[in-house]
Ligand binder design. Structure first.
Ligand code: ADP
Length: 259
C-alpha cells in the first residue's frame, strides 16, 4: 500500500517535486501531558488519606486483641506498600515534568559513603559491600535525584543477592566518562528481560520481586534521573551468577568539577 501511495504521489507531483507529509503531534503531546498531570495529581491526592490511615493503624497497635494482631500487621504492611508506590509515582511524575531547580556541584564521594552505610544497614550483615572510589571527581546535578538513583541500584543488588553475596560499588572514570557501577553476585537476569527492565512495573521474576517488597518503579526512576543528567544506564547480567548496573555520564570527567 505504501508503494501505491508513493507511485500515486510521483504521478501527481512529478519526479522532481517533493511531497511533504506533516503529522500534527500537538494533540498527542497534549494527551501525554494530561496523563503525566493526572498521575502526578492522583499520587499527590492519595498521600493525605494514606498518612491518616497509617497514623490510626499505629495507634491501634496497643488496642487490638491478640487474635487480631496479625490482621493489623497485614493492614500496616499493605498501607506501607501503597505509600511507597505513591511516593515513587510522585517522584517519577516530578522527574518527567522536570524541576525548575538549578544544578549544583554534587560531592559524589560523600554521597556514596552515605549510601553504602545505608545499604549495610538494610543488608544487616547478610552481604559484604565494598566501596571502590577511584576518582575524586564530582558531578554537576540534582543531589536528591542522584541519591535516589544510586540508592535504588545499590538496594536492588542487596534485594536480589542471596545471603553471603558480594556487592561492589564503584565510582571511576573511563575514557572521558564518569561511571557509577554496582556489581552483585546475585540471582542475575535472563537476557530477554534486559531491554525492558526500565519500563514501569516490569519485573523479570514477579514472584521473587513480590517478596522483596519493591514498587517496580525503581529502575524507571533511575532511567529518568540519568536522562536528566545526560547519563545512560547499562546492564549486563549472567543468569544465576550476578549482574552489573552502570550509570555512565558521558564526557562529564571533562568538566572536572571536584566537589
Ligand atoms: P522492583 O521494585 O521490582 O525491584 P525495579 O524497577 O527496581 O523494581 O527493578 C525491576 C526488575 O529488575 C526487578 O523486579 C528485578 O526483576 C530486576 N532487577 C533489578 N535489579 C536487579 C539485580 N541487581 N539483580 C537481579 N534482578 C534485578
Amino acid at each position: 500500500a505504501k508503494d501505491r501511495w508513493l507511485s500515486m504521489a510521483i504521478t501527481l507531483f512529478g519526479r522532481n517535486e517533493r511531497l511533504i507529509v506533516i503529522h500534527d503531534v500537538s494533540r498527542l503531546r497534549q494527551l501525554e501531558q494530561m496523563r503525566k498531570d493526572f498521575v502526578g495529581n492522583v499520587s499527590h491526592e492519595l498521600r493525605t488519606p494514606l498518612t491518616v490511615i497509617r497514623g490510626y493503624l499505629e495507634t491501634f497497635e496497643d488496642l487490638v486483641p491478640a487474635g487480631a494482631k496479625r490482621m493489623l500487621v497485614q493492614m500496616q504492611e499493605q498501607a506501607d506498600r501503597m505509600d511507597a508506590l505513591v511516593r515513587d509515582l510522585l517522584a517519577l511524575s516530578r522527574l518527567e515534568n522536570g524541576s525548575p531547580e538549578q544544578r549544583t556541584p554534587v560531592d559524589i564521594i560523600a554521597l556514596l559513603e552515605q549510601i553504602t552505610e545505608e545499604a549495610l544497614a538494610v543488608s544487616a550483615g547478610r552481604h559484604r559491600i565494598h566501596l571502590s572510589l577511584e576518582t575524586d571527581l564530582g558531578l554537576s546535578g540534582y543531589q536528591h535525584e542522584l541519591r535516589s538513583a544510586f540508592t535504588n541500584l545499590v538496594i536492588n543488588a542487596v534485594k536480589y543477592s542471596p545471603d553471603g553475596g558480594d556487592i561492589t560499588v564503584r565510582w571511576y572514570t573511563q575514557d572521558k566518562d564518569l561511571c557509577f557501577a554496582v556489581t552483585d553476585s546475585g540471582v542475575g537476569i535472563e537476557e530477554h528481560h534486559l531491554p525492558r527492565l526500565t519500563e514501569r512495573f516490569y519485573r523479570a521474576d514477579p514472584s521473587r520481586s513480590k517478596h522483596t517488597g519493591g514498587t517496580g518503579l525503581g529502575l524507571a526512576i533511575v532511567k529518568h534521573v540519568l536522562l536528566r543528567h545526560g547519563g545512560e544506564l547499562e546492564v549486563s547480567s549472567q543468569f544465576g551468577s550476578g549482574s552489573c548496573f552502570t550509570a555512565r555520564f558521558a564526557g562529564s570527567a571533562n568538566l572536572g568539577d571536584k566537589s
